[in-house]
Design a protein around this ligand. Structure first.
Ligand code: SAH
Ligand code: SF4
Length: 398
């Protein structure tokens, strides 16, 4: 008992996961009619060993778990009836115990150009999260070409890791909502499966996944990594590590941990300012981790992984978009293997700042590039559907 307690205290996330599974199993053994939905296991919360263990408890042979796994992640079945290779009693048991949709669709919106779809999901505890599908490189797309490697159009998913966010960045609609809770790994995976199943009907597949929806992925480190591992499994969904991008506000210990794990996943840091005072005013986290500490952690990451870092820069008119700021930024980043993604601010109700116009954005990019730092200006996708981080949930909860 003592050992068990110590283990849980060392690793609160393991505690959460175990607690979660234990309460589910307990609730299954002693079901309450009204609590039925609460007792269902989100099937995407299970990794292959847990699924194997669970099916073993149902007296199923060991190979059964692989069949279920492949049904879920290779064939993208979205309900037990689809598993026609399994016996009827097993499908019925799956129906009683598993949910394949751990949230409901509250609303969805398509942008007027139809390139972007944003879905607002409602979790059983009424919390709201968002996931956005962005289509790039279709013949009608006048802004972005197809994937340079595969020459196919890209289908990028932007998904959430938390309901709300604790980091409080003043320009961000999610930050303005405050923190609600961490998402489980299965709630993160389920957002991907929802869109993957939808795209499959159009004979399309997801090409990139970015953790740039609601929440701070490094604040929910274990569950985010568990979701990546589940989606990356070569016997399942087999989504290549290099096609994921994690965006972080700059939590230094987690950047270093991520570097030590040497994952092939892309890393983006939301920088937005190059003076500590200016950054503190926009991003309270900078009181805890100063810009130099964040940049040192990035150097560590590049040294460990030989991968370049992306810095995100929301261009705010007259605030962080002048050639002087660009020069200072370039001098700070010199020598670091990196790239800057500048994106005009998506205006939000709770913040006065305005987006930089195209001309100023180009000047900013040119100043950076003259100083040797590569920079891309990103389009604001789906601006007409509040597709900025947290904006749809913000609007729905008003
Ligand atoms: N919490 C993580 C990932 C989610 S936010 C992070 O902050 O990096 C994804 C990106 O959207 C971040 O770069 C964030 O700074 C940016 N962002 C948030 N609100 C924005 C807004 N109103 N306009 C432009 N970018 C915004
Ligand atoms: Fe959280 Fe990222 Fe929004 Fe900041 S920008 S409040 S870290 S979601």
């Amino acid at each position: 008992m003592q050992k068990l307690l110590e283990f849980f205290l060392q690793d609160p996330c393991a505690f959460r996961t175990q607690y979660y599974l234990i309460t589910k199993i307990f609730a299954q053994k002693f079901p309450l009619r009204s609590a039925k939905i609460e007792t269902m296991i989100n099937i995407y919360d299970l990794d292959l060993p847990s699924l194997t263990e669970l099916l073993k408890g149902w007296n199923e042979p060991a190979y059964r778990a692989k069949q279920v796994w492949q049904g879920l992640y290779v064939h993208l079945y979205n309900s037990p009836e689809r598993f026609t290779n399994l016996s009827k009693p097993l499908r019925e048991k799956m129906m009683e115990n598993f949910t394949f949709m751990p949230f409901s669709v509250k609303t969805f919106q398509d942008s007027s150009d139809k390139h972007t779809r944003k879905t607002l999901f409602e979790l059983p505890d009424r919390n709201l999260i968002e996931a956005v599908l962005m289509r790039y490189g279709d013949p009608a797309d006048t802004h972005d070409g197809p994937d340079a490697r595969t020459t196919k159009p890209r289908r990028t998913l932007c998904i959430s890791t938390q309901a709300g966010c604790a980091m409080g960045c003043v320009f961000c609609a999610t930050g303005q909502l405050g923190f609600k809770r961490h998402l489980s790994s299965g709630e993160i995976v389920a957002q991907v499966m929802y869109y993957a199943q939808m795209l499959k009907k159009q004979e399309e597949t997801v090409s990139n996944i970015v953790f740039m929806g609601m929440g701070e992925p490094f604040h929910n480190y274990e569950n985010t990594m568990a979701a990546i591992d589940r989606l990356n499994d070569s016997e399942g969904y087999n989504f290549g590590a290099r096609r994921f991008t994690i965006s972080t506000v700059g939590l230094v210990p987690q950047i270093r941990r991520f570097a030590d794990e040497q994952r092939q996943v892309n890393l983006a840091i939301s920088l937005h300012a190059i003076d500590d005072d200016a950054r503190v005013a926009m991003m309270p986290v900078n009181k805890r981790y100063k810009i130099d500490e964040v940049l040192e952690a990035c150097e560590y990451y590049v040294a460990k992984t030989s991968r370049r870092v992306t810095f995100e820069w929301a261009l705010i008119n007259g605030v962080n978009d002048t050639p002087e700021v660009a020069k200072k930024l370039a001098s700070k980043l010199r020598g670091l293997m990196c790239h800057v993604n500048a994106i005009p601010l998506n205006p939000t109700a709770g913040f006065d700042g305005q987006a930089t116009d195209r001309q100023r954005a180009i000047l900013f990019k040119e100043s950076l590039e003259q100083a040797g730092i590569p920079c891309t200006i990103r389009m604001r996708r789906g601006i007409d559907i509040n597709a900025g981080c947290g904006q749809l949930a913000g609007a729905a909860s008003k």
